[in-house]
Design a protein around this ligand. Structure first.
Ligand SMILES: [Zn+2]
Length: 424
């Protein structure tokens, strides 16, 4: 907790940071660098409100005095930020702290209101849509899901299934704040359109944000699933209280997202994060994206099953990391070697990410997590050999096991940030 508070103290409210909302960087998206502008007053309010809410998520229910001390501002300033959030029903006064011996006034701890409207979170994969309600405290409930039929070809048919799933989810509860959607695909975050979902081409070009808004009449926020995972990690998972880290998804497809200097980095219109398609072998296999030698061709789960077939391991088509570990423990010929090779291939992409952006902490999601600690240790071993170490730097990898929940909470958090108009 001490180190968490130290990190938060370094992250005081009101620090100058320039205009960093990448959704509004039209000029830089076109490659033009405008003169450094002053921070408009209307941006400072949401930025401070965002930092205060993040601090609450990081340290739990807190009094105004605690928040003022952490933020390095007066209690009055905190009151000015908090009161509108109480009036909007986002925050509520909670547990009463008795007056101290010096005769101070009793204080109350602030926390997210139990009566606040929930957010509908949606996770859209190439074969399935899941939805749930998420309370502002991060509680997930009313989960519904539907599979996409194999013969689906048109975005309209996919949208019908998605909207029915959302309808069922919100039917039983109170009115929702809005809808946050995490999509396993490339997203234009300016328009909320699915650019392409390589494993589910029937979703290509679907203007999901606009269609859901038209259908349900609430604010909708759509983003790539790995970025939603990162936001879920930041607010509710192992990224809590951190200023820098990365989240990487390793499964059938690979994706990455970066949280740098306290901000989610999306790239222009959400074009960043395609770490699975960075080239690692110029003479390598053809990737499903059509290019050659992408990281995905050596670290995706397809590499594992293809390689198991070549190396004549039993039942190669259904091989995953968990069964490979069992085979290795049983000394099945070739299993241990394949396990080490796969761990090395994964560490190559993670090392490239670390060398270039130095997130120093990488949270790993996806099928690979089924390998548990033995797999994590193997990846760490190769990773350490591949990255430079500067004295004093702490660089770590971690597995996150609640992937689906992290993505759903992340989708909800994306919406919350959008709705409260603060920068994440
Ligand atoms: Zn590729």
């Amino acid at each position: 907790m001490d180190s968490l508070i130290r990190r938060l103290e370094a992250h005081r409210l009101g620090e100058s940071e320039g205009s960093s909302d990448d959704r509004h960087k039209d000029e830089s998206a076109k490659g033009i660098v405008p003169a450094q502008k002053l921070i408009p007053t209307r941006t400072l309010g949401p930025a401070n409100r965002g930092r205060l809410l993040q601090a609450l998520y990081d340290i739990g229910p807190s009094s105004r005095a605690d928040l003022a001390r952490l933020a390095g501002v007066t209690r009055g300033t905190i009151g000015g930020i908090v009161q509108p959030l109480i009036d909007q029903g986002v925050l509520a006064e909670g547990e009463v702290i008795p007056p101290n011996e010096a005769g101070g006034k009793p204080a109350t701890k602030l926390w997210f209101s139990k009566d606040a409207r929930p957010i509908c979170a949606v996770l859209l994969m190439h074969d399935r849509v899941s939805a749930c309600l998420v309370s502002l405290e991060g509680k997930v409930y009313a989960q519904h899901a539907a599979d996409f039929p194999k013969n689906l070809t048109h975005p309209t048919d996919a949208f019908r299934i998605i909207s029915t799933c959302v309808e069922e989810t919100i039917a039983s509860g109170k009115p929702i704040l809005g809808i946050g959607v995490a999509v396993a695909g490339m997203i234009n975050t300016e328009t909320g359109t699915i650019v392409t979902a390589s494993l589910g081409p029937f979703l290509d070009g679907l203007p999901l944000e606009a269609e859901l808004h038209k259908r349900f009449g609430v604010t909708v926020c759509v983003d790539q699933d790995t970025r939603a995972l990162l936001v879920g990690d930041r607010w509710f998972g192992q990224g809590r209280g951190r200023r820098n880290f990365a989240s990487v998804h390793i499964g059938e497809t690979l994706g990455g997202a970066l949280y740098l200097d306290g901000h989610l980095y999306r790239g222009p219109a959400g074009a960043g994060g395609e770490i699975g398609h960075t080239t690692v072998d110029i003479k390598g296999r053809i990737c499903q994206c059509g290019r050659r030698g992408c990281w995905e061709t050596i670290a995706g789960s397809k590499w594992l099953t293809d390689e198991a077939k070549v190396r004549r391991l039993p039942q190669p088509h259904s091989l995953d990391v968990s069964r490979l570990l069992t085979l290795a423990n049983d000394d099945v010929p070739g299993a241990r070697e394949l396990l080490r090779d796969y761990a090395f291939n994964i560490s190559v992409g993670l090392a490239n990410l670390q060398q270039f952006m130095a997130p120093n902490f990488i949270v790993i999601h996806g099928d690979i997590v089924r390998g548990g600690n033995p797999m994590l240790h193997l990846i760490q071993e190769s990773f350490r050999e591949l990255v430079f170490h500067r004295p004093g730097d702490e660089i770590a990898l971690a597995f996150e096991d609640s992937e689906c929940l992290a993505a759903l909470r992340g989708a909800a958090s994306l919406l919350l940030s959008e709705l409260l108009n603060f920068v994440i």
